[in-house]
Design a protein around this ligand. Structure first.
Ligand code: ATP
Length: 341
């Protein structure tokens, strides 16, 4: 199956004084998986619900496959949905849950299609189990099978992994990506978990206050955050004093490229990733290691340099030479940095 394009056009939605969506524009390409990422209350779920037909926008349009579906009820939009809370029918076994929508549509192949779908999500042997006989992860697999069984035009996933424990979450996240790629359904995935969004999506849309701050491939979101908000929300950043010279910013004696041109004054705060900071013992340097914590393959070292505290992520092999009090030289990799607004 080939996916359809989805276009959210100038969506506005207010609840009293709250602008849940503030002229939101988003185009999802056919077969693409876009993750909407943002803090609680930024409007992610509202966008998904308006696309689903579960809520109405105050202004704007929803186009699916080029067709304006703005006025259509949810039942006519051909959307498959999976929510955070397991929404399976408790009195139906896995097979019957998956068949439900197919039977509503009078599909004669409901039983075979349901079996195929359970196989697709890795639950071929679980058809006769009831929801209470399945783990949380298995229940979400059934919910995914049920959503895909009707061959939806669009798949909508609203925090589908939030209720699962960390290990199952990662497994199911990878499975969702594999299955979505296999079936090719255009998908919107709402999450507040940055790692999940980066891992699962073709493109990530970072939202703030009802608007998209940046829409880009995961690596670009991480490496070239368009705004300080994105740099801060996705990954960790040091806030370091810098001086702008044309199109570069000088931080701790190193000139770094800027993600976006800077028009304000020359004294700025640059957002520098901990993994872009190198730490080397150097008895002639005035910077000193304050703390060093082992975290696994990489470790976290904090260094005082003048009146600034710098966090570095270093290979753990370096840790023995970076005990607290050691004089060190800081070296910044010349990767593009965002500036604080
Ligand atoms: P979360 O991750 O917490 O679910 P979200 O990004 O999905 O957050 P939304 O649920 O879209 O955010 O809500 C956006 C804003 O609109 C919030 O300020 C929320 O309180 C408000 N809001 C959403 N639905 C309603 C409603 N039915 N009535 C009143 N306010 C609402």
């Amino acid at each position: 199956m080939t996916g359809v394009a989805v276009h959210l056009e100038g969506l506005r939605r207010t609840f009293g004084a709250t602008h849940a969506l503030d002229n939101l524009d988003l185009r999802i390409e056919p077969g693409e998986l876009i993750a909407l990422l943002g803090p609680s209350g930024c409007g992610k779920t509202t966008a998904l619900r308006i696309l689903a037909g579960l809520d109405d926008a105050d202004a704007g349009r929803v186009l699916v496959g080029g067709k304006d579906v703005t006025g259509l009820p949810a039942s006519k939009r051909g959307m498959g949905m999976v929510f955070q809370a397991y929404s399976l029918f408790p009195h139906l076994d896995a097979q019957r849950n998956v068949e439900f929508g197919l039977r509503l549509r009078g599909r004669k192949d409901a039983a075979t299609r349901s079996a195929e779908m359970l196989e697709l999500v890795g639950l071929a042997g679980f058809a006769k189990r009831f929801p209470h006989q399945l783990s949380g992860g298995q229940q979400q697999r059934v919910a995914l099978a049920r959503a895909l069984a009707i061959e939806p035009q669009v798949l909508l996933l609203d925090e589908p992994l939030s209720a699962l424990d960390a290990k199952v979450r990662v497994q199911l996240r990878d499975e969702i990506r594999r299955i979505q790629t296999e079936v090719g359904t255009t998908t919107l995935f709402v999450t507040h978990d940055q790692e999940e969004a980066l891992a699962v999506a073709d493109r990530v849309g970072v939202m703030k206050s009802g608007k998209l701050e940046q829409l880009a491939a995961p690596a670009e979101i991480y490496q070239k955050p368009a705004t300080a908000f994105v740099a801060d929300f996705v990954g960790l950043s040091n806030r370091l004093a810098g001086t702008v010279h044309g199109d570069v910013v000088e931080v701790l004696g190193t000139r770094l490229p800027l993600v976006t041109p800077h028009t304000g004054g020359s004294a700025v705060t640059a957002l520098v990733r901990p993994e872009a900071v190198g730490v080397t013992p150097d008895a002639t340097s005035e910077a000193k290691v304050l703390t060093a914590s082992f975290l696994g393959p990489t470790s976290r070292v904090t260094v005082t340099a003048g009146d600034q505290l710098v966090v570095a992520q270093v290979p753990s092999g370096q840790l023995p030479s970076l005990t607290p009090g050691t004089a060190v030289r800081l070296e910044l990799q010349p990767v593009p940095v965002a500036l604080q607004d």
